[in-house]
Structure formats: structure tokens, C-alpha cells
Design a protein around this ligand. Structure first.
Ligand code: XIL
Length: 342
């Protein structure tokens, strides 16, 4: 479908891997979805299938059924895979949160060794730690009061990255974060705390290769992104980090119900964002968080007040390309291919 003009084809000529988050059970049961995903993507990520609660529901129990299915699908189509994620404050099963303080350190290391070890040599990258900064939690270092802080210690991020490198020396190791985009005081503080965290990690020789900018955008919000993000991306390049746009989507909940109006505003937001960020040569990967509105997570979290289906993704619920798709592709086509990294 859309063959030579697919996102993966355009990405290939503009130094960008392109893809989306996928749902393992839909991939198995819906051939049209699987074909759409395979036709557009040079990289995939599991939307939920590699999270703790799915992979490791009890201390002695791992369940790789869905994760293996995604990796097998990708490999059969020669599509790269990102792992998401090894350490997050959400999706932690209760057997972990009920451990005593400090007891999570070995559990975290074992989990990472087992999971990253299983796919060693086959993953493009891992989101090793997800969303570790939360300014309003009030710590001077900006770290979120994540259960992992007490479970595994204040250096849990370092522990996680080191374990991931040991388990899979080939995968690029990524710190993934949201809220880095806005041209607001909150955005500025989050970028600053993230920069400090990455500096600390680099200084201590912790193996971090990339930063993930989640890129959950909202149409109709004028402070959603701007020059602050571009300076941050430049800093990332100076620190020799790659930049991945990991979870791009455009929430339309602020817009009226009219579909034409919504689709135009969503497409315009995608285009303006990508025109800006793709100018940064450190950006090497772009994934949308889903591919079709039919399975968009925003219909559950952050849903429209009027109950209408979100139109946040490049394809509609009938798998037809929308203006968003055209806008993404045009921005990618406009990208001036950056000089090769030294
Ligand atoms: C979301 C999934 O899309 C939902 O299906 C699930 O119920 C909750 O998690 N940031 C992340 C992702 O890093 O893992 C989240 O995914 C969306 C926000």
C-alpha cells in the first residue's frame, strides 16, 4: 500500500527510521492492520507487550508470548524493533511494589538481564528508563518519586542502564521522556532536569546512547513546542546522543467535533512539529504511538469530552490515510539529509 511513497521509503532516503507502536493481539488477528504496519514501517515498538506487568506478572513467571510475536513479525518483514520499556513508575506488578525498600535492586537487574538478554543482538534500541523526571515531586535533582527510588535506590537509573548494556551490548540504550517539548516554564524545567540527569549519567560513564522525545502533542495549543526544544536537541547532539521521536501523536480533544476541521488542525500540527525537529541532524528515528485511530490509546486516556473517536494518528479507523499522513510524509520529504555523523 502506497508503496514507494510509504513513510519507510521516504525515511530511507532522508536518514530516518519510521514506524509506530503496535498492539500484539491486533497484529495477530487483523491482517489489514498487519499489512498496513508492515507497509509503512522500518521500525516498530510494542505499545504494551514489553512492559513489566505483561512480561513478568509474578516473581518466578515470565510471559513472552506477545513480545515474541511482535519480534517474530518484525523479523519476518525485516523491520527493526525497539523495546519499551525496562523501568517505569507505571505498569509495575504488585509483587514488585510490595517488596521492602532496597529489595528491588536485584529484581530490577534480574528483570533487565532476562528480558534484554532474551532479545540480545536483535533489538535496535531499548527504552531503558521511562519518565524518570517529575519536577513537581520537589526533589532538587528533579527525579520523580517513582517506586523504583525506594525499591532499588537513588541510583536506580544507573543500575538499569548498566544491566541493559551487559545484557545486550548491541542495542542502543535510550532515556525516554514526555513533556520536553513545550515552550513553557514547565517544559523549560523538565528539559533542564533531563539535561542534568544525562550529564550526570555520562560523567559517570553510564551507557546512554539516545534520548527519546515522546512527542505527545495537542492540536490548538500554541505553546506546545518551539525553540527551547531545538536548543535541547542541539545539546543532545553535543553530548553525542541520538534523538528518537518515540511516541508521536496529536490529541484533538481541544477541537470541535467537525472532522474536516479536526483533521486539518491535526495535520498542520504534525507538519509544523516535524518541519522543526527533523531539521536537527541528531534525530534518527520517528514513531507514531499507534498507526490507526481505531486503536488509539487517547480514546481511553485523555479522551475527547464529547466521546467522539480521536483522530490523532496518520490513518483513520478504516485504515485510510488522512491529512496527518500526508503532512508527516511531506515533512520527511523536505528534510535536508544531514551530513553523516563522524
Ligand atoms: C500507554 C498505552 O498506549 C496504553 O494502551 C496503556 O494503557 C498505557 O500506556 N507514555 C508511554 C507509553 O511511555 O508507554 C504509554 O502507553 C503512553 C504514554
Amino acid at each position: 500500500m502506497l508503496g514507494a511513497h510509504s513513510l519507510k521509503a521516504v525515511g530511507a532516503t532522508h536518514r530516518l527510521l519510521a514506524g509506530c507502536a503496535v498492539n500484539a493481539s491486533v497484529l495477530r488477528t487483523d491482517k489489514a492492520y498487519a499489512d498496513l504496519v508492515a507497509g509503512q514501517s522500518s521500525i516498530l515498538v510494542a505499545e504494551n507487550a514489553m512492559k513489566w506487568h505483561v512480561l513478568h506478572p509474578a516473581h518466578e513467571t515470565y510471559d513472552f508470548d506477545q513480545a515474541d510475536a511482535i519480534v517474530a513479525f518484525a523479523e519476518s518483514k525485516r523491520i527493526k524493533v525497539r523495546g519499551h520499556n525496562l523501568c517505569w513508575h507505571r505498569s509495575i506488578p504488585q509483587w514488585v511494589t510490595s517488596l521492602a525498600a532496597g529489595q528491588g535492586r536485584d529484581v530490577l537487574t534480574e528483570h533487565i538481564e532476562h528480558v534484554a538478554g532474551r532479545y540480545a543482538g536483535r533489538m535496535h534500541s531499548w527504552d531503558v528508563v521511562n519518565e524518570a523526571i517529575q519536577i513537581k515531586d520537589g526533589r532538587p535533582d528533579g527525579l520523580r518519586l517513582s517506586p523504583w527510588l525506594s525499591l532499588a535506590g537513588s541510583d536506580y537509573i544507573e543500575v538499569a542502564f548498566n544491566a541493559a548494556r551487559t545484557a545486550d551490548p548491541q542495542a542502543l540504550l535510550c532515556y525516554n521522556e514526555y513533556g520536553l517539548e513545550p515552550e513553557t516554564e514547565d517544559g523549560r524545567r523538565k528539559r533542564q532536569a533531563t539535561l542534568m540527569l544525562l550529564h550526570r549519567l555520562k560523567t559517570r560513564g553510564v551507557p546512554v546512547d539516545a534520548v527519546g522525545i515522546q512527542s505527545h502533542l495537542t492540536a490548538g495549543n500554541t505553546t506546545e513546542f518551539g525553540p527551547g526544544l531545538m536548543s535541547f536537541l542541539r545539546e543532545m547532539r553535543m553530548m553525542d546522543l541520538q534523538v528518537f521521536l518515540t511516541e508521536l501523536d496529536v490529541n484533538d480533544r481541544r477541537l470541535p467535533a467537525d472532522v474536516v476541521t479536526r483533521d486539518a488542525a491535526v495535520a498542520e500540527t504534525y507538519g509544523r512539529y516535524l518541519d522543526m525537529v527533523l531539521a536537527e541532524p541528531a534525530v534518527t528515528v520517528m514513531l507514531t504511538w499507534g498507526i490507526t485511530d481505531k486503536y488509539c490509546w487517547l480514546n481511553k486516556e485523555g479522551a475527547r469530552p464529547d466521546g467522539q473517536t480521536e483522530r490523532a494518528l496518520p490513518f483513520d479507523a478504516d485504515y485510510r490515510a488522512k491529512g496527518a499522513f500526508a503532512a508527516i510524509r511531506s515533512s520527511m520529504e523536505r528534510r535536508v539529509v544531514p551530513a553523516r555523523r563522524p
